[in-house]
Every structure is written in structure tokens, then in C-alpha cells.
Write a protein that binds this ligand. Structure first.
Ligand code: SAH
Length: 392
């Protein structure tokens, strides 16, 4: 690793970085000095040579520098040890982990000053997801720090192909430290879950919805609940635990449906799990037959060019869900497309209301759970929007 490399910004392009934005876009770079290699740590300076911070360099990327520190410090083993210890202290301050919750996000990329690294903790197991070359180059030091600070027995590594190709490192999933295992038992708000870190989606679970799942549990008493895009049944389990009259979970993945049924049994609750496309299911369901509906689809807008199609998809989906809602129902509707901002999503839900002929009132706006920290003003990192609506 070299820290002699230096990236100099163009005049007038340093302002967001002084205000805590962690990314340098390619069109803001004047030049690099000291011949830094892709993946190296470089110093970032403004046009007048003032030191801004240090970060990971990758000239192949549209974001050639991602800052990991604002201090004039070495990015070495001790640095990663401090970062992990800080991240752990923040989660402890937020009450994580606890007796009731043993699964949480320990490191949230830019939110923990480690751009390109997500670490989710599942009880005694950590799952590291790597999306930048700079983090990939440092991963041995990062795993040392995780072992030392957390005492985890297994560390899984996930390097998604899409990022690996873009950044130039090897893709794949593997056991990085300790014993491999197919499943890990965890608790979320007292609910027992069996997670498959290597064969599940994401790092095994969608941890970002933890607090909203708990909120749904609190709204479920006596309700006929429909959980669309249920994955392993997170919202369904919370609703069943919260006293729902009935729970229907819909997912197009057979694996997800069987996970949901296994989770229901493990927790002593009844869930009707259906393998179906959510749109098809809604088109055939009895109108006005559910009192609490959760709509948590995968990203519809992967890129800016998908925005129009995504908008139409979300609008139609919300309209269909509203038609399935009984008078006085609650609709919990989500979008995890970073390209659809909060205002746009709210307009889409309004359009869905118009299309379905239902009157809708928003009573709560939510985002990811507290362990998913982000720097203020870093809109690139804001993806999850959740609206809680009352249907007249
Ligand atoms: N609500 C879940 C997370 C949902 S992730 C939780 O709290 O854990 C999105 C889910 O949508 C995935 O499980 C995926 O299998 C499912 N999915 C994708 N396309 C679908 C479709 N067309 N119809 C139904 N489910 C779909």
C-alpha cells in the first residue's frame, strides 16, 4: 500500500467534500500525482493543495476516490481496528446487539467511513460484502479487526460480480475465516430466524427493515394481513406475533416460501405462504379483503434509464394493493430504488391512489433501521423509503 499518491481536485469542486460528502466524481479530478495504483490509499487535496482526507483510489471507476478518513493518519491494520471498534460502540449506543436482537449491521459503508464495505453480524458470524477494490485490497486486515473486536467464529465474504467487474477484483462468495456453516440461528426482536448467509439474498437477510417489521407487528392485532414480497417471512412473522387474525405471505421464490413456512413453525405461528408473482396474486385476490398490507418489492429502477418503467410499475403495484385493502386498512409501501427519491415515491403512491379510486392518508414516513447510518447530505446512499398509509 502506498500513501504517497495524491489526487488533486479541480478548482471549485471541493465544497461537498468539505461538508462531509465522501465521494469524488471523475469529472472533479484535476490530476493524480505520485503514480498511485488502483486500490491504493491516496491523499485528497483541493486545488490550492489543502489536505481534505484519505481514501481508496480506483481510476477505472466513475468515483475514483472514496474517502475513509478526514485525518492525516495511516490507513493500516490499527486504522481498521479503530474503525471496527468505533462501529461497534455506535451500535452498542443504539442498543445492538441485545437479548432480543442478535442480528444487526455493524458496518454500513460510507456511514462508517469504510466505503465499499458492509458487515452484517449474525450472532457469532459476520458476513462482509465487498464492493470496492480498495476494501478488497485491505480485507485481510479487516477480517483480523473483526476477529479481534467481535470474537466471531466465522467470517463469510461476499463479492458481488456486478461491483467486482466494475472495480476490477475477483467476484465470489466464500468462507474467509473459521468454519463454514450453511445456516446461522439469530433473533430479531425475539423472533427466531434461521439465516443462510451464502445461499440467501443479500448477506442473508434484509436487516434494514427491522424497525419497520416491529412497527408492523404493533399494527397487526386482529388484522387480516397480506405480506407481498415476503422473502423469508420477516413482516409476516412480526404480524403473526403481533396478534394478526390471519397472515398471507407472497413471494415468487420457492426457496423464500419454504423459509417462511419453516420460520412460522419455529416460532409457533401460522402463516399461509404462497409462491406467486405479486402482481398476478393481486389481480385475482378478493377486493377489500385485507386490513394490513405490506408491499416490499425489489428495486424496480436499477439505473436512471429504468426510471419511467419503474414509476409505472410502482404505481400499478400500489393501485392493486389499495384495491385489495378493506376500508380502514393500513398500507405499508416501500421502495428501495435509490433512483426514486422520497418525493417521487410519494407522488407515485398518490397516482396509485387515483388509479385505484381510493382515498389515502400518509401517517408515517420511514427509512432504514438505525444501524444503517449515513453521512448527512449523501443522497447517493439514501435508497429505502417506507410510507405508512391509512385507507379511508
Ligand atoms: N420483505 C422482505 C424482503 C423482501 S426482498 C423482508 O422483510 O425480509 C424482495 C423479495 O421479493 C425477494 O424475496 C424476492 O424473491 C421477491 N420477488 C421478486 N420478484 C417478485 C415478484 N414478481 N413477485 C413476488 N415476489 C418477488
Amino acid at each position: 500500500m502506498t500513501t504517497t499518491g495524491k489526487v488533486i481536485l479541480k478548482q471549485g469542486r471541493a465544497r461537498p467534500l468539505w461538508f462531509g460528502h465522501p465521494w469524488v466524481y471523475a469529472n472533479a479530478v484535476a490530476r493524480a500525482e505520485g503514480k498511485p495504483e488502483p486500490g491504493d490509499v491516496v491523499s485528497l487535496v483541493d486545488h490550492d493543495g489543502r489536505f481534505i482526507g484519505r481514501g481508496f483510489y480506483n481510476p477505472r471507476s466513475q468515483i475514483p476516490v472514496r474517502l475513509c478518513t478526514r485525518a492525516d493518519e495511516a490507513v493500516d491494520a490499527a486504522f481498521f481496528r479503530r474503525r471496527v471498534a468505533e462501529a461497534r460502540a455506535v451500535r452498542a449506543r443504539l442498543g445492538l446487539p441485545s437479548e432480543r436482537t442478535t442480528v444487526y449491521r455493524l458496518i454500513n459503508s460510507e456511514g462508517d467511513d469504510l466505503p465499499g464495505l458492509v458487515v452484517d453480524v449474525y450472532a457469532d458470524t459476520a458476513v462482509a460484502q465487498i464492493t470496492t477494490l480498495g476494501i478488497s485490497a485491505q480485507r485481510a486486515a479487516i477480517y483480523d479487526a473483526l476477529e479481534a473486536e467481535l470474537g466471531v467464529t466465522t467470517i463469510f465474504e461476499i463479492a458481488p460480480a456486478s461491483y467486482a467487474e466494475l472495480e476490477g477484483f475477483a467476484a465470489g462468495s466464500r468462507v474467509a475465516r473459521g468454519q463454514s456453516r450453511a445456516t446461522v440461528d439469530v433473533l430479531e426482536e425475539g423472533i427466531r430466524l434461521e439465516v443462510e448467509p451464502l445461499s440467501g439474498q443479500k448477506t442473508g437477510m434484509f436487516i434494514d427493515q427491522r424497525e419497520t417489521r416491529a412497527r408492523v407487528g404493533g399494527l397487526a392485532r386482529g388484522a387480516r394481513v397480506l405480506d407481498l414480497y415476503a422473502y423469508a417471512g420477516g413482516f409476516s412473522l412480526a404480524a403473526a406475533r403481533g396478534g394478526a387474525a390471519s397472515v398471507t405471505a407472497v413471494d415468487s421464490s420457492a426457496r423464500a416460501v419454504s423459509r417462511t413456512l419453516a420460520h412460522a413453525e419455529k416460532n409457533g405461528v401460522t402463516i399461509d405462504a404462497v409462491e406467486a408473482d405479486a402482481f398476478r396474486f393481486l389481480e385475482t385476490v378478493t377486493p377489500r379483503s385485507f386490513d394490513l398490507l405490506v408491499v416490499d418489492p425489489p428495486k424496480f429502477a436499477r439505473a436512471r434509464k429504468d426510471l419511467d418503467a419503474a414509476r409505472k410499475g410502482y404505481e400499478r403495484l400500489n393501485a392493486l394493493a389499495m384495491q385489495a385493502a378493506a376500508p380502514g386498512a393500513v398500507l405499508v409501501t416501500c421502495s428501495c430504488s435509490q433512483n426514486v427519491d422520497a418525493e417521487t415515491f410519494e407522488r407515485i403512491v398518490a397516482a396509485g391512489a387515483k388509479q385505484s379510486g381510493r382515498e389515502v392518508r400518509v401517517f408515517e414516513r420511514r427509512g432504514p433501521a438505525a444501524d444503517h447510518l449515513m453521512p448527512p447530505g449523501f443522497t447517493e446512499g439514501q435508497y429505502l423509503k417506507v410510507l405508512l398509509c391509512y385507507l379511508v
